[in-house]
Design a protein around this ligand. Structure first.
Ligand SMILES: Cc1ncc(COP(=O)(O)O)c(C=O)c1O
Length: 310
C-alpha cells in the first residue's frame, strides 16, 4: 500500500491515520459446494477504524486538501453523506483537529448519526423522501452561500476519492491475490471504489471484468445510489468505462444474503450483502472464476433498521 508521497508527511504528523487501510482479504466459501470452481474473496473494509470503506477516501481527500492548501485553519470541512463517509469525516476531523459539518438524509441509521455526533460533528438533515440527491443539493447550497466558512470536500466530484482506492485498496488486492483475479463486484455510492479499483486493476490486467450492482431504488440499500432513472444524479467521478456489466439486485436478495453471511460467520451490512448477491448472479452463470468483492461495513451499523428482524 502506497499513498501518494505528498500524503506521507501528514501521516507522520497525525499517526492515528495510519490505522486506516491494510485490511485483510478473506475467502468467502458460501457458494463452494454448489460452485466448486468459483473462488470468492472479500476485502474487509469494515475493519477500518471508522468501521467502513470510506476511511481511505476521506483520509485522501482531507489530507490532499491540506497538502495543496485548499483546507486552511479556520475552515469547516463540509460534505454530504449517507453516513459512513460522515463518520469517517467526523473521526478524521477529530484526529487532525478540524471541525466537520455533514448533510445527511434523515433516514440514515441512528447508529451512524450517534457516532458522528460522538466525534463532535455538526449534522444537517434533509428529507429522506427526497433521497440522497436532496442532501447533494443542500450541501451545494450551503457551500455556495458561505465559501469562506467551508472547505466543501465534495466526495462525488473529488478525484482524491477514487485515488485512495487506486493507490491503496487496489494495490493491496494485487498483492493479496498475487494479481490473479477474474471479476470485481462492487456498487456505486460516489463511484470512488469502482473507479479507483477499475482504473488500477484493469491496468494490471484488462481482462478483469467489473460488475456493478444496481440496487432497487426503494426502499434502497444504504450507501448505494440508485442510478439509471432519468432524474438520478450520476457522480462526476464515476468512470463508467470501467464497468463491463450491471446486475440488478433486490432488497430482499440483499437482506437474505446478509443473513446467509451471518450464518457463515460474517456480520456485514446491507451493501456487502448486495455485492455478494451480485457475485452469486455472475458466478451461477459462469460457474468458474476468482471473484473479489468488498465487505463495506459491519452489521452492527444496522441494528435500528429491519435488516436483522427476520
Ligand atoms: C455501506 C456502503 N457501501 C458502499 C458504498 C459505495 O462506495 P463508493 O462511494 O466508493 O461508490 C458506500 C459509500 O458511500 C457505503 O457507505
Amino acid at each position: 500500500m502506497a499513498w501518494d508521497p505528498r500524503i506521507e508527511p501528514w501521516l507522520d504528523r497525525y499517526p492515528a491515520l495510519r490505522a486506516i487501510g491494510h485490511t485483510p482479504l478473506v475467502p468467502v466459501d458460501v457458494f463452494r459446494e454448489e460452485l466448486p470452481d468459483v473462488e470468492v474473496f472479500a476485502k474487509m473494509e469494515c475493519l477500518n477504524p471508522g468501521g467502513s470503506l470510506k476511511d481511505r477516501p476521506v483520509l485522501r481527500m482531507v489530507v490532499g486538501a491540506l497538502v495543496d492548501g485548499r483546507l486552511r485553519p479556520g475552515k469547516t470541512i463540509l460534505d454530504s453523506s449517507s453516513g459512513n463517509a460522515g463518520i469517517a469525516y467526523a473521526m478524521v476531523g477529530r484526529m487532525i483537529g478540524w471541525p466537520v459539518e455533514i448533510v445527511i438524509p434523515d433516514n440514515a441509521s441512528a447508529e451512524r448519526k450517534k457516532r458522528m455526533r460522538a466525534h463532535g460533528a455538526r449534522l444537517v438533515t434533509t428529507d429522506a423522501l427526497l433521497g440522497y440527491d436532496e442532501a447533494l443539493r443542500e450541501v451545494a447550497r450551503r457551500a455556495r452561500a458561505d465559501p469562506d466558512r467551508y472547505f466543501f470536500c465534495d466526495q462525488y466530484s473529488n478525484d482524491d476519492n477514487w485515488r485512495a482506492h487506486y493507490e491503496t485498496t487496489a494495490e493491496e488486492i494485487l498483492e493479496q491475490t498475487g494479481g490473479r483475479l477474474t471479476h470485481v463486484v462492487a456498487g456505486v455510492g460516489t463511484g470512488g471504489t469502482i473507479t479507483g479499483l477499475g482504473r488500477r486493476l484493469k491496468k494490471h490486467d484488462p481482462r478483469i471484468r467489473f460488475v456493478c450492482i444496481l440496487p432497487e431504488a426503494f426502499p434502497g440499500v444504504e450507501g448505494l445510489k440508485p442510478l439509471g432513472r432519468p432524474q438520478d444524479i450520476v457522480p462526476a467521478i464515476l468512470d463508467q468505462s470501467v464497468i463491463d456489466e450491471r446486475v440488478p439486485v433486490t432488497v430482499d436478495e440483499t437482506y437474505a444474503m446478509c443473513q446467509r453471511l451471518a450464518a457463515a460467520g460474517f456480520f456485514v451490512g446491507q451493501s456487502s450483502g448486495a455485492y455478494l448477491a451480485g457475485v452469486e448472479h455472475v458466478a451461477r452463470r459462469e460457474r468458474q472464476g476468482r471473484f473479489v468483492t468488498l465487505f463495506n461495513d459491519l452489521g452492527e451499523r444496522y441494528f435500528s433498521t429491519r435488516l436483522w428482524d427476520a
